[in-house]
Design a protein around this ligand. Structure first.
Ligand code: FES
Length: 242
């Protein structure tokens, strides 16, 4: 099965044709199978990431034909093109810089309020959001995050120094903030502050956006974005006029 693997080294992008050897006639390989085989046969320097191999860690995300997919979970087909996520700066081959997303959330998620009542039960909605594996597939097509990559454009080295967080948000950061809102141990003033942080990250861009897609199927549009937009509207209606 012939596929294309896009490598990125020293600022140069190269499309390499790779011929995957099936281990049996009925094998339906995953993208990660192709990458692992390529690394031991013909492309020893190929750089890519993976961890759990069971869609739990999210670090294996790559673009397949321009769309983000978990490499350990997505089946590969004849003629497919595997490339680094276009929404994050590429470090080498299929490895992207992920730290600026996590750093963006530093200081926005205060430590858990401690108290005696540790038996407080979180809502089912909260537990739905805990399924996020931080694959960052949701960044695909996100107009809010796209502002972080200007003016150089997606797939370039980006404009941030190592260790900096992005200015503008993304569905993942909104999900983390919405989880704080749903956390039963978080106080009401803190929940309001969380909504303000979402607004500061650029939440209003979401008003005109048709919606984002989660790599593992969380309903981001309704459970995260709409919930925060509604809360922001409510907060601004309650705040006294200037
Ligand atoms: S390797 Fe962990 S989600 Fe793919």
């Amino acid at each position: 099965m012939k596929v294309e693997i896009v490598t990125y080294r020293n600022g140069e992008t190269t499309v390499v044709e790779y011929d995957y050897q099936r281990r049996s006639d009925d094998e339906k390989p995953m993208v990660l199978d192709v990458l692992l085989q390529a690394q031991v046969s013909g492309m020893p320097d190929l750089a890519f990431r993976y961890g759990c191999r069971a869609r739990n860690c999210g670090v294996c995300t790559v673009d397949i034909n321009g769309r983000p997919r978990l490499a350990c979970r997505a089946r590969i087909r004849e003629g497919d093109t595997i490339s680094a996520m276009a929404t994050l700066p590429v470090l080498s081959d299929l490895v992207v810089r992920r730290d600026s997303i996590a750093r963006q959330m530093r200081g926005r998620l205060p430590a858990q309020v401690s108290g005696n009542d540790l038996n407080v039960e979180a809502s089912a909605e909260y537990h739905t959001l805990t399924a996020c594996v931080e694959c960052y597939a949701c960044l695909h097509g996100c107009p809010m995050h796209a502002q972080n990559l200007e003016p150089q454009g997606a797939g370039t080295a980006g404009t941030l120094e190592a260790g900096e967080g992005y200015r503008w948000g993304n569905p993942f950061s909104l999900l983390k903030l919405q989880m704080r809102r749903l956390d039963p141990l978080v106080t009401e003033p803190e929940k309001e502050a969380v909504v303000a942080q979402a607004v500061e990250l650029g939440l209003e861009v979401c008003i005109d956006c048709p919606g984002c897609k989660c790599g593992i199927g969380i309903d981001l549009k309704n459970k995260v974005v709409k919930a925060l937009l509604d809360a922001a509207e409510q907060n601004s209606a309650q705040s006294p006029p200037d």
